[in-house]
Write a protein that binds this ligand. Sequence first.
Ligand SMILES: [Zn+2]
Length: 449
Amino acid sequence: MQIKKLLTPYNYSTGTADRIKYIVIHYVGALGGAEANCKYYASQYIGASAHYYVGFDGEVWQSVEEKDIAWHCGAKTYIHPECRNANSLGIEMCVRNSSGNLADTSRDWYFEDATVRAAIELTKELMAKYNIPADRVIRHHDVTGKICPNPYVYNQTQHTWDAFKAALVSAPVKKSGWKQEDEGWRFYNGDTGECVRNNWHHDLEKDLWYWFDGAGIMITNKWYKYKGGWYFLNADGVMLKGTLIAESGKVYCLDSEGKMATEPVTLMPDQDGALWYNSMCEPHQKNLAPNRTMLKCGNSGSVVLPDNTKAGVSFTLTTLSIDAKDFRNPCIKFEFTSDITSTANALTLNFQIFKICKGQVHPIPVGPVWTFSRLKAINASDTFSFFACDCDICDDECCTYSVVTTVVRIASEPHDPSVPVIPIRAITSINNASLSAIIIDNTNDCKNR
Ligand SMILES: [Zn+2]
C-alpha cells in the first residue's frame, strides 16, 4: 500500500527489525488526521510515538522506522506478560467523535470505514513481513488495560475488535483502483481485487483507455499492437485518439478509437495552417437513421455576357449552400440547367461547379469541366445542362457550391474569315441558370471509401 513518510527525529529508541513480535493497535484519542499527527510528533520531543497513523480517508503516514522502537504502549504496570514497546509495532487509528465528549470513557468515538479498511491492510502487510500470527495483533488495552482503542474496547459501533481480528485471517483485502507498485502503475478491479493484465482498462468517467502488460504494469510512451491495429499509449499511459503524432520525422494518424490509420484520412488546415485530423469524418460518432435524403433547389439566375468579352473571363451563374451536418458520409448529386441564347457566330463556354467549405479560402472544383460550343449563328436558344457528384465531403461540413462559366470564345466575325460580312454586336445571355442538389446518406463508411 502507499505509505507517506515523515519520520520523527525525537520520539523513538533505536532498534533492529528482529525485535518485532507484536502489533499493537491504538486510537489517536483526539480529532487530528494522520498527517497532522505525523507532523506533530516530528516537530519536537513529546515522549510518545507510534510507527504508523492511519487517516480518515485510509491514508497512511509513517512516523518511526519499523526497526526502531516507538513509545506507544509503555506503562508502569502491564497486564500482558510479554508485549512491550521493545518487541512491537504501534499503529494509531484516527478517530471521529459524534458528540464532542472527548473523554477516554466517552461512548462517542468511532472509526471511519476507510480508516478501518486501511488499518487492516497495513496490519496484514506487517504480519506477512514479520511473520506475526493474528493472535499477536492486540489492542493497547490488552497490554496495559488502557481504554485504547476506545471503539475496540467498548465495541458498540459498527466496527468491532472481533471484526478487525476476523479480517486479519480472512481472505486478503481486495485492492481497488490505481496503485503505484513495482516502478509502475497497476489498476485493480475492486470486485475481484485482481489487477488488469494483458488488457485494456477503460476509465468510463473520463473516457480514457489504458493498456497493462502481463505483469499488470501500465504501458507508457509506446506503440501497442492489438487485434491487428496499432495504438499509442502516451507518457501518462493514456491511449491517444483522434489526433496526429509525429515520431522520427513521420506523422501517424490515430482515429477516434485510437487505431492508427492505414487508409487515406482527411487532414484539414486550421486558421494557422496547421493540419489537424478531421475525425468528424468517422461514421460511428453519429447515430442517425439511415437512408435519409434531402432535395435543395437554388434560385435561377441570368447573366448577360457583354460584347467582346475576352477569353478567360468568368462569371458566377448561381450558388447553392448545403449544410450536410445531419448526414452520415453524405453524397450530393448536383443538376445544373440553363438556357443559352446568343447572336454570336461562334460561342464556346466552359462550365464547372466549385465549392468553398468552412475554413477554406480557395474554391475546390467539383466534377469535370463541361463545354457548350456552337460554331454558327442561330436564332433559337439552346438548353444546356449537366450533372456532377460530390461524395468527397465529410460530416458536419457546410459548403457553398457555385456554377461558374468561363468564356472560351465569343466571336461576331464569321467562322470563315475569307467571307466578308457586316460586323454585328453579339449578344449572349445565359438564362434560368439554376442548380439543384439531392443529398443522401452514403452507406459506406467514410474511412473505407
Ligand atoms: Zn494506545
